[in-house]
Design a protein around this ligand. Structure first.
Ligand code: SF4
Ligand code: SF4
Length: 312
């Protein structure tokens, strides 16, 4: 049994735990790991994942120290990623923009992520840590799920920002850090962005659909450069985008609360707190949890996944 004594520093304690975990975990054979991977795939697909993948826990060099898989789970070997829950085609087609805003799509994929963690622990007897939504210190997520999705081959980063799957385009992702050595699925050989149509448009006009709809140099947030069919530079105004995407939800709540606290007149304070803007913000936070975007325009025009977004 591992004992961590008072006075043993956090770093040394974590190292000791990691050594204990890896010593305790018997390594399955390649056949056993492949069979486990097939069971995992069947389970997550049945649970609603459109895509899934497995990243090597040692491949997160681009993540800052303290925010890598083994920082969250001693002895971590893999990061399982499940993706899905995009808005439906009808949500994109509806002229009532609130449909896109209130689908709470990342809730559903997080619920699948949590179930997947439980499945791995129950079925294989290895640690499986669901990466929670939200932020740790410095407003950073516990682990970059976007990086995990890229490393696991679920998609690639785009000029507009989100990880895009070549067939489905924008998806929501959830990640599970585990000590079980599932076979790794490699990153995409060909990035999903820029799409061939975007390369053509870039060569003709020096813009892509997403930079055209939200141009950094003209009040928008996106700019970039494509060379030889590849995205070589991306510029993004995160603050401006956040103020448009999260008009409601946590940034909207913080803004609304600040405004309310600034009101000396109780009636004016009430007007802020009971306004439809503040009420929508509370709906967004309490019922729909994590993902509540109010701007989807760069994704609406993106050719990646466009067919998936269209029905008769
Ligand atoms: S989400 Fe909206 S504001 Fe943000 S980059 Fe896309 S189009 Fe621009
Ligand atoms: S429209 Fe989509 S595929 Fe084209 S450059 Fe923008 S994000 Fe990439």
């Amino acid at each position: 049994m591992l004992r961590v004594h008072a006075g043993v520093s956090g770093r040394h304690a974590r190292k000791a735990v990691a050594e204990t975990v890896s010593a305790a975990a018997a390594t399955p054979t390649a056949d056993e790991a492949a069979a486990a991977r097939d069971r995992l795939a069947a389970t997550v697909e049945r649970g609603g994942a459109l895509v899934w993948g497995v990243a090597d826990a040692d491949a997160f060099d681009d993540a800052p120290e303290g925010f890598r898989p083994a920082d969250l789970l001693p002895g971590a070997r893999r990061v399982v990623v499940v993706g899905g829950s995009p808005p439906r085609a009808a949500d994109w087609a509806s002229p009532v923009h609130e449909h896109l805003e209130t689908m709470g799509t990342s809730d559903r994929i997080n619920s699948l992520g949590l179930k997947t963690a439980k499945f791995i622990e129950a079925e294989f007897g290895y640690y499986a840590l669901f990466v929670p939504p939200g932020v740790r210190r410095g407003n950073r997520p516990f682990l970059s799920v976007a990086l995990a999705a890229e490393l696991a081959g679920c998609g690639s980063r785009s000029l507009a920002g989100p990880v895009l799957h070549p067939e489905y385009g924008l998806l929501f992702y959830s990640a599970i850090v585990t000590t079980y050595p599932f076979p790794v699925t490699p990153p995409l050989a060909e990035p999903a962005c820029p799409a061939p149509a975007c390369v053509e448009m870039w060569e003709a006009e020096g813009a892509t659909p997403c930079t055209r709809v939200c141009p950094l140099g003209d009040g928008g947030c996106l700019d970039g450069r494509i060379e030889n069919g590849r995205l070589v530079e991306r510029r993004y105004d995160a603050a401006r985008c956040t103020s448009r995407v999260y008009t409601h939800w946590i940034p909207g709540f913080q803004k609304g609360l600040e405004l309310a606290l600034d009101q000396e007149d109780p009636e004016a304070r009430k007007m802020v707190l009971y306004s439809s803007h503040f009420t929508k913000t509370l709906w967004s936070m309490t019922y729909a949890a994590q993902s509540q975007g109010q701007c989807w325009e760069c994704m609406r025009v993106c050719p990646v996944g466009a067919e998936f977004r269209q029905k008769a």
